[in-house]
Write a new protein. Structure first.
Length: 555
């Protein structure tokens, strides 16, 4: 991601380089916790940090802050690595884990105890909350705050050795229980937790708190600029306090606004709920705001990067419409997606005056706007399929330009046909098929002398030389722009019942039989589609990434 010109972070980094700060080095990082999949907001953070490093010939680190083993797993690690690589950020050899530093972090904690800046506390979790105070009342000192250095060292060593029960003791920083910043009210540094860690196994029964780990891990790695979302602004004094107390390398933490989207719920806890309750079909469900979901739906990393650049880097919180994201994705797909014809809800048309068995091969462009895509051949046969909605028995007015009884329409890239007869199902009286006649001399846009030009153009595929496929149509997961705005109503109440429609029996050009997973196409007039992982040798599955225009503009 190329950063937006003159954003405040870029200005600060440029000034640091001019002043030879950090020997003019720029080393950034993205530090996810491996407790869920990444979402579009993380994409902005990744591209910003990676962009700042790459634009200044620096280094970009990927570090997993894996300090909470109860919620972490290798599955999340692999998924996050895949997402970051796909979005376009390259960490090279700079892959790290906070768990790599557990021994160093322990020794840092010991140093704080020796300085008289940390102590072992016996208060229960409930008592800790009561002693902490609130925004209007100062906290109270722990009864254990004045323990001697020797006693604290012995107790902390015992915590590591497993001598105490889970939750019975914690190591806390000794800062200021009356601070207006709640984060400075003697925050916890370590807690006892006998949980198997996905990398260190059962080696440790105490684990460092995120706030303690985060800044010191930055320091250990030599990070120069620690870019965070605004929620960490109140944590920065604590970040600075740890680094200053220990007199170690001190990165500069800078905060920027999160990327928030309408019609979505992006918190990991809420996304995990939707996965566990099977509201969606996993983290990579194409309706989810996860990077993996967007990839599976058919979004492109270039489109997402363009979106993040358009949103920009500021300190002002705002909610971005999905229309903005979708517009960026459409712009990119329009450039890269070859065209094909498809019919989602087929209606058979028999061309009465077409010779049985005759096949006309029509050469058509793969991308009308870019000759470099080349061309392909489509087969016109006696029986074809058109979209059901491209025929109306009783049109509302004379401006209707698609097929109607006795009306004419042009087949895309082909001839003009006229509807002569409607064939109905004997049992339901529904329309079974149409019998039409082909108008000679109308191929490829030609109009015979004396004939009025036909303006309507519809898509089609050959009945026997097309491919039957499954198509999945995706829409917004929530009908409400901000489903969590009303705290008294469960956001699940705003789920969109029409967020997924599965169509069996759709027909597409036969050439798509050779398509492979992740290929993207524009089905003309229908939208942009991606070949899904559920495709098999015998059946292709296409996800609609995007309609050709915003269908929610007037909703």
């Amino acid at each position: 991601m190329e950063s937006q010109a003159n954003n405040f972070i870029e200005e600060i980094i440029n000034k640091d380089i001019e002043n030879y700060k950090n020997n003019k080095e720029v080393i950034t990082r993205f530090p996810p916790e491996p407790n869920g999949f990444l979402h579009i907001g993380h994409a902005k953070a990744i591209l910003l940090s990676y962009g700042m490093a790459s634009e200044n010939h620096g280094a970009f680190h990927l570090r997993f802050d894996d300090t909470n083993p109860e919620k972490e797993s290798d599955e999340y690690v692999h998924a996050i690595k895949k997402d970051i690589s796909w979005i376009g950020a390259d960490w090279g050899a700079n892959l790290f884990f906070a768990s790599d530093y557990f021994e160093k972090l322990y020794q840092f904690a010991v140093e704080l105890i020796k300085k008289g800046s940390a102590y072992v506390c016996d208060l229960s979790a409930e008592d800790l909350r009561r002693y902490r105070g609130n925004l209007t009342e100062p906290g109270r000192n722990s009864p254990n705050r004045d323990r001697s250095v020797e006693e604290n060292l012995a107790l902390f060593s015992g915590m590591r050795a497993g001598e105490f029960e889970d939750g019975s003791k914690s190591l806390r920083a000794k800062i200021d229980m009356a601070s207006p910043n709640m984060n400075l009210r003697d925050p916890a540094l370590y807690r006892i937790r006998r949980v198997h860690h996905h990398r260190t196994g059962d080696k440790w029964c105490i684990y460092p708190i995120y706030d303690f780990t985060h800044g010191l891990s930055d320091s250990i790695e030599g990070i120069t600029h620690s870019l965070c979302s605004l929620e960490f602004a109140d944590h920065r004094p604590l970040y600075d306090w740890f680094l200053d107390q220990l007199a170690v390398h001190h990165p500069l933490q800078m905060e920027f606004s999160k990327l928030r989207l309408e019609n979505t719920v992006m918190g990991k806890r809420h996304m995990l709920r939707m996965v566990n309750d099977k509201i969606v079909n996993g983290w990579d469900d194409p309706r989810m705001p996860t990077i993996s979901g967007m990839r599976r739906r058919g979004f492109t990393p270039e489109g997402i990067a363009n979106f993040c650049e358009q949103v920009g880097v500021t300190k002002k919180e705002s909610v971005i419409t999905l229309v903005t994201l979708e517009s960026c994705i459409r712009d990119d797909l329009n450039k890269v997606a070859p065209r094909r014809l498809g019919v989602l809800n087929p209606l058979k048309v028999v061309i009465s005056n077409w010779e049985e068995g005759k096949v006309q091969e029509i050469e058509v462009p793969n991308h009308p706007g870019d000759e470099s895509f080349g061309s392909r051949k489509m087969a016109l046969t006696k029986e074809i399929y058109i979209e059901q909605e491209d025929f109306m028995e009783n049109p509302p007015n004379n401006k209707y330009r698609r097929l109607k009884p006795d009306g004419m329409v042009r087949l895309r890239y082909g001839h003009v046909i006229q509807c002569d007869e409607i064939i109905r199902d004997e049992k339901t009286s529904g329309i079974k098929e149409l019998h039409c006649s082909l108008i000679e001399g109308t191929f490829a846009g030609e109009t015979p002398e004396g004939m009025k030009k036909v303006k309507g153009i519809i898509g089609w595929v050959s009945a026997d030389k097309s491919l039957e496929v499954e198509v999945r149509l995706y829409d917004r997961l929530f009908t409400k722009a901000n489903p969590m705005a009303d705290k008294e109503i469960d956001y699940i109440e705003y789920l969109n019942p029409d967020s997924l429609e599965i169509i069996q029996g759709a027909r597409v050009e036969a050439s798509l039989a050779d398509s492979v997973v992740d290929q993207k196409f524009q089905f003309e007039r229908l939208g942009y589609f991606r070949v899904d992982e559920d495709s098999t040798k015998d059946k292709k599955v296409f996800n609609r990434a995007m309609t050709l225009r915003d269908n929610w503009a007037n909703k």
